[in-house]
Design a protein around this ligand. Structure first.
Ligand code: AMP
Ligand code: GLY
Length: 417
């Protein structure tokens, strides 16, 4: 089979690394890819938002299956357009992708199908927001409705802060159309965890759970990022929680997907808060997580292409998906200044010095004159696999300093929470 993966991050590097293990795969292309991906697949110079060009590429190169990494093309409707062109693709159609593309759509879906989540109000004007905010205690969560690349959620400590955040979004249009509507939400206390699932629209199958670390610095300090490190599994995800999530969240989510006639053949990623009143949904994402994928896929024992084929054929129920009992830890090396301003084009040294039993997934790298240089905020993910989290994290931290570039930083506490 010939495969196209769309995206350019560590998630896509991990996906391609896994797909390469399948005997069913002949050739993998990645649009646009990165320097690490270029070593194990063919990078093609098409942006992930250029759907017409991607379709032309698939037709000209007889691509058998396309897998979409990032949310933006899914929310744009890439799946619908591919299907109109008789091209096979993994991902939800545009209607279903609103589960990530619109916070109010997702909240209304959860409400309709009785899925535990934080109480909320949806407002379009400052006046309505002023009224709604009176119902909440502090801190309160303010969310821009649309996609905002991880920058659309604000945890506000008092009324003044809330109103100025609301004004910036609705009136000053700080995030543009993403802030046409906002969701005001009750603040949930607890431990966050992520659960990625495969679905063919008829069956939903959770993968092993994983734990992201969103804040930039140790002890969960500093600004929110796309994710500075992950580990899998997380002790918080006990058997009791697993069963509760199955009955209270996965089953009604699937019921909603069916009843709303959503065309959903792909990945659904559920961000959970495990509260003292049980697990509640923080958000849905309609794709693999980054860097969750980097710790989940190394634990997958089943051929990923076979799983994707079962999804496309709506036969997910017929495949037994196996996971290793190993633990995995991923630590992200980031560019100084991330998630705000950072430099690009800095030479990266020492990539080949990492011990053989670790995995190195490139997040934001490029190749310039045969040198690998930084090309993003998150640059490299180093993944250790071990018999427990302590063992896996020890391997990562014994190796990570071998990779060096100016102004790099990483969290030293991944796997400790
Ligand atoms: P989201 O993009 O909706 O997952 O929000 C980003 C991050 O904001 C989450 O990973 C949480 O850390 C935090 N967050 C979002 N909603 C809530 C909430 N209702 N209560 C507490 N924290 C939240
Ligand atoms: N790591 C969080 C995400 O992929 O959205």
């Amino acid at each position: 089979m010939k495969i196209l993966v769309i995206g350019s991050g560590g998630r896509e590097h991990a996906l391609i690394w896994k797909l390469n293990q399948s005997s069913l795969v002949d050739e993998i292309f990645c649009a646009p890819g990165n320097a690490g991906i270029g070593k194990i697949a063919k990078n093609i110079d098409i942006s992930y938002n250029n759907i017409d060009k991607l379709i032309e590429f698939c037709k000209n190169n007889n691509i058998d299956l396309t897998i979409v990494g990032p949310e933006a093309p899914l929310v744009e409707g890439i799946v619908d357009t591919f299907k109109e062109n008789n091209l096979k693709i993994i991902g939800p159609a545009k209607h279903a992708a609103q589960l990530e593309g619109s916070k109010s759509f997702a909240k209304n879906f959860m409400k309709k199908y009785n899925i535990p989540t934080a109480k909320y109000d949806e407002v379009k004007t400052f006046k309505d927001a002023e009224l709604a905010i009176e119902k909440y205690s502090y801190p309160v969560v303010i969310k821009a409705d649309g996609l905002a690349a991880g920058k659309g959620v604000f945890i506000c400590q008092n009324k003044n802060e809330s109103l100025s955040t609301i004004k910036e979004l609705l009136n000053d249009r700080k995030l543009g159309d993403a802030g046409n509507k906002i969701v005001i939400e009750e603040f949930l206390e607890g431990v966050e965890t992520s659960i990625l699932c495969f679905t063919d629209g008829e069956t939903i199958v959770p993968m092993v759970n994983s734990q992201d670390h969103k804040r930039a610095f140790d002890n969960d300090e500093g600004p929110n990022t796309g994710g500075m490190g992950t580990y899998s599994p997380n002790y918080i995800y006990t058997e009791e929680i697993t069963d509760k999530v199955e009955v209270e969240i996965l089953e009604p989510t699937l019921e909603g997907i069916k009843k709303e006639n959503m065309d959903y053949k792909g990945i659904i990623f559920i961000g959970l808060m495990i509260t003292k009143n049980g697990p509640k949904v923080l958000e849905y994402n309609v794709r693999f997580g980054d860097p969750e994928t980097q710790v989940v896929l190394p634990r997958l024992e089943t051929d990923l292409i076979k799983i994707f084929e079962h999804i496309v054929d709506e036969k997910l129920n017929d495949i037994d998906i196996k996971w290793s009992k190993n633990h995995a830890v991923c630590v992200i090396l980031a560019s100084g200044g991330y998630p705000d301003k950072y430099k690009k084009g800095i030479a990266i040294e020492g990539l080949d010095n990492i011990d053989n039993d670790l995995l190195v997934f490139h997040s934001g790298t490029a190749e310039e004159e045969n040198k690998i240089v930084t090309n993003g905020g998150r640059v490299i993910g180093v993944v250790g696999i071990g018999k427990n989290t302590i063992d896996a994290r020890k391997k990562v931290y014994e190796n990570i300093d071998k990779i060096q570039f100016n102004e790099s930083f990483y969290r030293k506490d991944i796997g400790l929470k």
